[in-house]
Every structure is written in structure tokens, then in C-alpha cells.
Design a binder for this molecule. Structure first.
Ligand SMILES: NC(=O)c1ccc[n+]([C@@H]2O[C@H](COP(=O)([O-])OP(=O)(O)OC[C@H]3O[C@@H](n4cnc5c(N)ncnc54)[C@H](O)[C@@H]3O)[C@@H](O)[C@H]2O)c1
Length: 338
């Protein structure tokens, strides 16, 4: 029996290169030259689980690939530049990670990115559906609450949809929740695990502090401040960067953690659990993030919401309208697209 909130061992992050695990995954990063793409590619290059790392962007990939290729780890790095090289970058990909698109500036919501990022994600996932329909697709590009429905609709159009292989990367919300809880309770953050469910924007981000391991408790007023900080942590970074973008380094860490968990599970490791925004039947929202047991073929089992407190139930019900609206917006974007 596995715990639904077991903390994954992040190969290449916590253990560096000391792990003996070997694998031969080909991972493609779309948007590899960006603020997230570059440090994410660096972390992926450091992993013994990856034999081929393909870096695609519309700018600067030859330089990023040349630079990373000198690192003394086994992953062979190749760079691909511009739309005509996109199909080649996806050939034989086992996992595709997508951090392509524009980030927020102060005053913007994630939904304000929709107009630009919806087309970028649709174009890139269209190529995935054509050239690597079996790959695990991990979407970082915001608004995740809409870009996952977009990806699903694109795959459906091509007749290759498998909901167990399409993931909205919400890991940064979990990483932040772990860090903030550890700070408040004087714990080692590497040993804290807080499941975060719902979606990836404002009040749709629902940390389940009641299910934290180790168990922690806060008075209601402190709990509300903590949850508010987790929900607005992205905005905290956007404000601090003052126009120079949103979270990139912590997002790269979180993205790498998610990919390593996926690769571990694909390699047959048992009990690997991550939260992710996916197609779901756990609530009335057609997409929803909950802890997922990962396996060789992606999602093996949705572990559901677990037992919620009355306050957490209220947060879930208050998130529904926004979640459903963002999902519909993504689905309609693809329906109206030629
Ligand atoms: N899921 C999360 O938790 C989370 C956290 C932070 C940021 N994000 C999102 O990640 C995305 C990227 O953020 P960033 O800070 O790296 O932005 P950035 O502007 O630094 O980098 C984006 C990269 O995407 C590339 N790009 C643009 N259009 C492309 C296309 N059609 N094909 C391939 N590449 C393309 C750009 O050339 C650039 O290199 C944003 O949408 C941001 O909102 C998500």
C-alpha cells in the first residue's frame, strides 16, 4: 500500500548524480531558450535518467544546446531552431515538456496570457500529436487551466487522445506549499509534503494543509494567510522581478522534479505520486489536479481529493466557476480554430 502523499525522490535534484538508476529516455523541451527553459534544460542534462535531450525554440537554441552539450553527463544534447525543425525535435520523444510562451508582468493575471499562449500551445501540441502521439506531454505554459484543455482538444482532433499522458505542471504550487509550511513550523522542507489540488491560478490553487506530512496545524487566521500566500506566490515573484518576468528558477526545479517522477514511474518504480492538472472525474470540473499514482503509461490511478476539512471543501466549491470557465475557454479556442 502506498501513501497518497509520499514525497518523490527527485533524481538529479536531491541525490545529484549518486543514483545508480539508468535509463534511456529522450526528453524534448519546447521553449528551451527561455527563462524557465534554460535552467530546466540544465537540470534535465544533469539526470542519469535521460540519454537524449532535444532543445527546441524559435530563438537561441544553437547556443543553449552548444553550451549544455559540454557538461560531462551522458545526455546527448541537440538543438532545433524554428518551425521547420520542430518535427525533428519531437521524433522518438518519450517526454515533451513545454515552457514556451510569454510570462506575466506586474498587474497581469495568468488568464491575460491566453491570447498569446493559447496559439503557441496549440501549434506545439499539434506537432506533438503528429510526431510523437505516444509521448508524455507536460505543459508548463500558462494559463495551465486552459492550456491543458487546449492540448486535449488538439490530441482529440488528431484521434490520438490519451488523457493518462497529458499533464498540467502544477508542481511549483506543491514546492511552494512545502517551503512555506516548513518555514512556519521550523521543519526541513525536503521532508514536508503538502498536496495541492484544483487548478493553477489564484483561488483555484487549493493547498490541503490538513493532509500535510508531517501533520501540521494552524489557527484559522494563520491558515488563511498561509493559503493566500501559496495562491499568490507567483504574483509575489512577478512583483519582485518588476517587469522582468515570472518564476523561472523555482519553476525549472519544479518542472524537473515532475519530469524525474514521471521517468521514474515509466522505468517501473512503484509508488511514485505527484499532483497534476489532468482530465478528471473526481469533481464536477472536467479537469482537476489531485495526487496521481504514476506508472509506465502515465496516470495509473487518480488518488482523488482524500478527506477534506469543511474549509477545504468551501475552497473547492469556490474554485469551480473559475475552473470551468477557463476550461471552456480553452476548449472553445480549439473548436473555433481552423
Ligand atoms: N506552470 C507554472 O507553474 C508556471 C510557472 C511560471 C511560469 N509559467 C509559464 O511558463 C511560460 C514561460 O515562462 P518563461 O519565464 O520561461 O518565459 P520566457 O519569455 O523567458 O521564455 C519563453 C520562451 O518561449 C519561446 N517561445 C515563444 N513562442 C514559441 C513557439 N511558438 N515555439 C517555441 N518556443 C517559443 C521564447 O522564444 C522563449 O525562449 C509562461 O507562459 C509562464 O506563464 C508557468
Amino acid at each position: 500500500m502506498f501513501s497518497r502523499i509520499a514525497r518523490p525522490a527527485a533524481h538529479g535534484l536531491i541525490r545529484g548524480l549518486s543514483t545508480t538508476a539508468q535509463a534511456n529516455a529522450r526528453v524534448t523541451v519546447l521553449g528551451a531558450s527561455g527563462g524557465i527553459g534554460q535552467p530546466l534544460s540544465l537540470l534535465l542534462k544533469n539526470s542519469p535518467l535521460i540519454s537524449n535531450l532535444a532543445l527546441y525554440d524559435i530563438a537561441h537554441t544553437p547556443g543553449v544546446a552548444a553550451d549544455l552539450s559540454h557538461i560531462e553527463t551522458r545526455a546527448k544534447v541537440t538543438g532545433y531552431l524554428g518551425a521547420e525543425q520542430l518535427p525533428e525535435s519531437l521524433k522518438s520523444a518519450d517526454v515533451v515538456v513545454i515552457p514556451a510562451g510569454v510570462p506575466r508582468k506586474p498587474g497581469m493575471t495568468r488568464d491575460d496570457l491566453f491570447n498569446t499562449n493559447a496559439s503557441i500551445v496549440a501549434t506545439l501540441t499539434d506537432a506533438c500529436a503528429k510526431h510523437c502521439p505516444e509521448a508524455m506531454i507536460c505543459i508548463i505554459s500558462n494559463p495551465v487551466n486552459s492550456t491543458i484543455p487546449i492540448t486535449s482538444e488538439v490530441f482529440k482532433k488528431h484521434g490520438v487522445y490519451n488523457p493518462n499522458r497529458i499533464f498540467g505542471v502544477t508542481t511549483l504550487d506543491i514546492v511552494r506549499a512545502n517551503t512555506f509550511v516548513a518555514e512556519l513550523k521550523g521543519l526541513d522542507p525536503a521532508r514536508v509534503n503538502v498536496p495541492v489540488i484544483g487548478g493553477h491560478a489564484g483561488k483555484t490553487i487549493i493547498p490541503l494543509i490538513s493532509q500535510s506530512t508531517p501533520k501540521v496545524e494552524f489557527p484559522q487566521d494563520q491558515l488563511e494567510v498561509l493559503i493566500g500566500r501559496i495562491q499568490e506566490a507567483g504574483t509575489e515573484v512577478v512583483k519582485a522581478k518588476a517587469g522582468a518576468g515570472s518564476a523561472t528558477l523555482s519553476m525549472a526545479y519544479a518542472g524537473a522534479r515532475f519530469v524525474f517522477s514521471l521517468l521514474d514511474a515509466m522505468n517501473g518504480k512503484e509508488g511514485v505520486i505527484e499532483c497534476s492538472f489532468v482530465r478528471s472525474e473526481e469533481t464536477e470540473s472536467p479537469y482537476f489536479s489531485t495526487p496521481l499514482l504514476l506508472g509506465k503509461n502515465g496516470i495509473e490511478k487518480n488518488l482523488g481529493l482524500g478527506k477534506l476539512t469543511a474549509y477545504e471543501e468551501k475552497l473547492v466549491s469556490e474554485a469551480m466557476a473559475e475552473l470551468k470557465g477557463s476550461i471552456k475557454k480553452g476548449e472553445e479556442f480549439i473548436k473555433s480554430r481552423k
